[in-house]
Design a protein around this ligand. Structure first.
Ligand SMILES: C[S@@+](CC[C@H](N)C(=O)[O-])C[C@H]1O[C@@H](n2cnc3c(N)ncnc32)[C@H](O)[C@@H]1O
Length: 212
């Protein structure tokens, strides 16, 4: 089952990804991405970059941009977009839980719609802490567990089928609490809605965090 899943759905998910997100991007998601990555500075690491939907939104003033992506199907799309964009970007195949970078390497670590999917978010956050410079910033845009208990209950009930459809995405994770529990100091955290998606994936968190 694992092999069939990897060979078929994983490939289809990456191939259909941009089309599936198009309505949401046009209805406001792209603006949220733009606003988030406008806060990136210096040497920047983006984790789980997917097909590279944030790529053209980063400020030109960065001193470096590294994108990681562990999925072999996604990374093909990502490399294609990087080549088309013509920007000097390093693309590395790696999971967020095990990053091939030295301690204190980056001024900014960014991710969008990733902590819902990584198998071990706590381990990923420890890696982010390790590779961030002491005065660095962590930027995130994630869909999260609802603060409304009745919607959260539906997120719990539908987590399993959604995980299959969403290529490993967990719709019920309290990601802001996990970021805080990892030892980050939270900055401002906005709670926007994911446009044009079903209710269980609507609640979002957009913000920044730093090392204490
Ligand atoms: C919903 S997609 C988001 C892609 C992209 N960040 C975006 O905003 O469009 C989730 C991404 O997380 C990636 N991912 C899954 N497991 C991961 C892991 N352990 N570490 C880093 N990224 C992971 C997937 O391959 C996929 O590209």
């Amino acid at each position: 089952m694992g092999k069939i899943y990897d060979a078929t759905w994983g490939r289809a998910f990456s191939a259909l990804y941009d089309r599936c997100f198009k309505a949401s991007e046009e209805a406001g998601l792209r603006e949220m991405r733009r606003d988030l990555v406008a806060g990136a500075q210096g040497s920047v690491l983006e984790l789980g970059a997917g097909t590279g939907l944030n790529l053209d939104l980063y400020p030109e003033s960065l001193t470096g941009l590294t994108l990681t992506e562990p999925d072999p199907h996604m990374i093909k799309q990502l490399r294609k977009r990087v080549a088309e964009e013509g920007r000097a970007v390093e693309v590395i195949e790696a999971p967020a839980e095990s990053l091939p970078f030295a301690d204190d390497s980056f001024d900014t670590v960014a991710l969008t719609l990733v902590l819902c999917t990584v198998p071990d978010p706590a381990a990923a956050l420890q890696e982010i802490k390790r590779v961030l410079k002491p005065d660095g910033r962590f930027l995130f845009l994630e869909h999260v567990r609802s603060p409304d208990p009745s919607l959260a209950k539906w997120q719990d009930r539908l987590e399993k089928p959604w995980r299959f459809l969403g290529d490993g995405c967990h719709c019920n994770r309290d990601t802001v609490a996990t970021i805080s529990a990892a030892g980050f100091e939270l900055g401002d955290v906005e709670r926007p809605e994911f446009p044009k998606v079903i209710p269980i994936v609507k609640p979002m968190a957009k913000g920044s965090a730093s090392l204490p």
